[in-house]
Design a protein around this ligand. Structure first.
Ligand SMILES: NC(=O)c1ccc[n+]([C@@H]2O[C@H](COP(=O)([O-])OP(=O)(O)OC[C@H]3O[C@@H](n4cnc5c(N)ncnc54)[C@H](O)[C@@H]3O)[C@@H](O)[C@H]2O)c1
Length: 379
């Protein structure tokens, strides 16, 4: 294959990662599909001036000159587009979350197996220097066998990205534990090398949502000058306090994992600061990160024997490119997978397992915090 010929579904917003394929020298973005004329025009101007464009995904998938499809449209479209693209014989890059239900993920996995094509999920956190470093430390064995994981996710941009547009309803996302949390749950699975078996969760809608009309926007709102969440100059302008909002803005999940690991994941969307704080505790030490400081710490237990070595601080190097430099790397991994047959870091099974935990946790927290088992993949 000379160059991988890619078609993008959902050409703006997250679709802008297509720039990385254009710049790679190993791929060409030759087509795009979107439902929004304005976004199609921006894509043509900013990313792929010569691209063929359509508003009908079936027309896009019918093109025989496309090797691969990148699905970067909203979550609730992934299942339909991914299954259709695989059935049309295309390789697929699908943004996280793989789908918004467990059944939807399993349908995609079955279509993937039947197609003989390659599928990869947009878990770009697996490509960030900070989390790659943490994975390497755990794999070195320096903190021993992991038994406890504590993750705190301060979603400082919650009001901006999650409550002013389609992200705010269960119908579109199921919940923010799988929309936003699918990354973190995946990182817990990836770094420990274990999947979750059972969850118990708690959560509520404490701050966003309310009694404002569903069609109110920040642009016409009479409270625009006083509202804490007003963002009339953004592309996301639906009122964050509108009635239809029903996804929790504060959630706590306990995960019973393979290997006897117990993990907790806490997510809050109305914190002032943006930060993901992970702690992994093993039988011989503890690992923790600070995103604001760009550091990772390892503390080893004082054993009083020859085995005690050193506490360490890692200064994480800054990388170029969006999402802490992860986006160019994940886009390259997609090309390596298609051109060289390389196994990608972000696998379809991992995509399914993180959605399964998000769905099970949403079910638990909405049903009296009952324990919910993670079902095996229905191949
Ligand atoms: N991995 C990451 O770091 C990361 C970051 C941001 C977004 N995402 C994922 O990317 C996806 C898109 O998120 P976004 O914030 O860019 O959304 P968005 O609302 O900006 O939409 C992206 C594009 O899809 C188009 N679109 C909307 N409905 C469509 C439809 N039915 N069919 C085809 N195109 C449609 C929009 O017009 C837009 O051009 C989501 O699944 C999100 O979870 C991943």
């Amino acid at each position: 294959m000379d160059k991988v010929r890619i078609g993008v579904i959902g050409v703006w917003g997250r679709g802008a990662i297509a720039r990385n394929w254009q710049a790679s020298g190993r791929a060409e973005v030759v087509a795009g599909m979107d439902v929004c004329d304005r976004n199609i025009a921006i894509f043509k101007r900013e990313v792929a001036p010569d691209a063929w464009v359509t508003k009908d995904y079936r027309e896009l998938l019918a093109r025989e000159d496309l090797d691969a499809i990148a699905i970067t449209s909203p979550d609730y479209t992934h299942e339909e587009y991914a299954v259709a693209a695989l059935e049309a014989g295309k390789h697929v890059f699908c943004e996280k979350p793989l789908a918004i239900t467990i059944e939807g993920c399993d349908r995609i996995l079955r279509a993937w197996q039947a197609s003989g094509k390659r599928l990869m999920v947009g878990f770009n956190m697996r490509y960030m220097n900070m989390f790659r470093t943490m994975k390497e430390i755990v794999d070195s064995g320096v903190i021993g066998e992991i038994k406890a994981v504590w993750v705190r996710h301060f979603v400082g941009h919650g009001g901006d990205y999650y409550y002013h547009d389609w992200h705010g309803t269960r119908e579109n996302t199921t919940g923010l534990l799988l929309q936003k949390g699918s990354h973190d749950i995946d990182v817990v699975h990836w770094i420990t090398g274990r999947y979750t078996k059972r969850v118990v969760a708690m959560g509520s809608l404490d701050y966003f949502g309310g009694d404002k009309p569903n069609d109110l926007t920040c642009v016409e709102c009479p409270e625009q000058k006083t509202c804490f969440e007003a963002q009339p100059n953004s592309t996301r302008i639906q009122c964050a306090f509108r009635q239809e909002i029903d996804v929790e803005d504060h959630s706590l999940v306990l995960m019973d994992m393979e290997g006897g690991i117990k993990a907790s994941y806490l997510q809050c969307h109305y914190t002032p600061d943006y930060h993901r704080n992970y702690t992994f505790i093993g039988t011989e030490g503890r690992l923790e990160n600070s995103e604001p400081d760009g550091k990772v710490w390892v503390k080893t237990r004082a054993s009083g024997t020859w085995r005690q070595l050193a506490d360490r601080t890692y200064e994480i190097k800054k990388a170029h490119g969006t999402h802490s430099g992860a986006d160019p790397v994940i886009c390259n991994d997609f090309l390596d997978m298609i051109i060289d047959g390389k196994e990608p870091l972000a696998t379809p099974e991992a995509g399914r397992m993180s959605v399964a935990v998000g769905c099970a946790a949403s079910e638990s927290l909405r049903n009296g915090n009952k324990p919910v088992d993670i079902p095996p993949i229905a191949w």
